[in-house]
Ligand binder design. Structure first.
Ligand SMILES: [Zn+2]
Length: 59
């Protein structure tokens, strides 16, 4: 299951939730407002920039 970082649009509280792809409604545990999924820019960038590492040769 993928984990996503959510930010509350009301109080800016941030939580990491493990959600299904159709789980659109995540509510803030602090204020109860709907939280918005935040793109994890750091990991996104890291995965984009990371060199493709070939499997280590067994020879
Ligand atoms: Zn909140």
């Amino acid at each position: 299951m993928p984990a996503y970082e959510y930010t509350c649009s009301a109080c800016q509280h941030q939580e990491v939730r493990i959600t299904g792809i159709d789980d659109h409604t995540v509510t803030c545990s602090v204020c109860g407002q709907v939280m918005e999924r935040k793109m994890d820019v750091a990991s996104l960038l890291a995965s984009y920039l990371a060199p493709q590492q070939p499997a280590p040769a067994a020879t």
